[in-house]
Design a protein around this ligand. Sequence first.
Ligand SMILES: N[C@@H](CCC(=O)N[C@@H](CS)C(=O)NCC(=O)O)C(=O)O
Length: 201
Amino acid sequence: MKLYYAPNTCSLSPHIVLRELELEFELIRVDNKSKLTVDGQDYRTINPKGYVAALELENGQILTEGPAIVQYLADLKPERELAPPAGSWERLRLQEWLNFIATEIHAGSAPLFNTTLPETTKDIFREKLFKRFDFLQDTLAGRTCLTGSSFSIADAYLFTVLGWCKWFSIELHNWPALLAYQASVTLRPAVQAALRAEAPN
Ligand SMILES: N[C@@H](CCC(=O)N[C@@H](CS)C(=O)NCC(=O)O)C(=O)O
């Protein structure tokens, strides 16, 4: 399998999951500005949407959209319990989280990367995002993982998007459960390995 990724982006989530599952994979870096892969291919010929992440399977299929990719990966090794079985009620709960993270946190914070937006506009996005953080604070108080006590693909995704707060100068100290959650997920060996692999040389 090949994971097309760009450092510091949402592709960190499937990258963490690949390492958690100890699957064999190749990392292919994409320059999100030029849309060229590290070996000079036009990335849009791989993923016409032009954004990371994309997972290329051995059979040539290309799977895109982070929440779909991490579910595909988790189902390759169900015994590792990064996702409950497809069709179960618990799986729906996990999908509920993945959708929340994708639409409320990932898409909700993406405008804050936009250097052309005025601060007053960004304030509108921040205000909404902070409401979602309040909800996460209540959920994660006294819990180490989103769906209960064991790490899941939703945690790989939430950890990834929470990591962007440092680029937005958002202090997570206002949400101590989020800070504690981030600190505990950072310690996971697979997370450490993914962060090291994506760090500039
Ligand atoms: N809906 C997509 C969004 C992916 C996405 O936002 N990718 C960003 C990085 S976090 C990207 O590559 N942006 C570059 C671009 O849109 O040109 C998913 O969930 O996978």
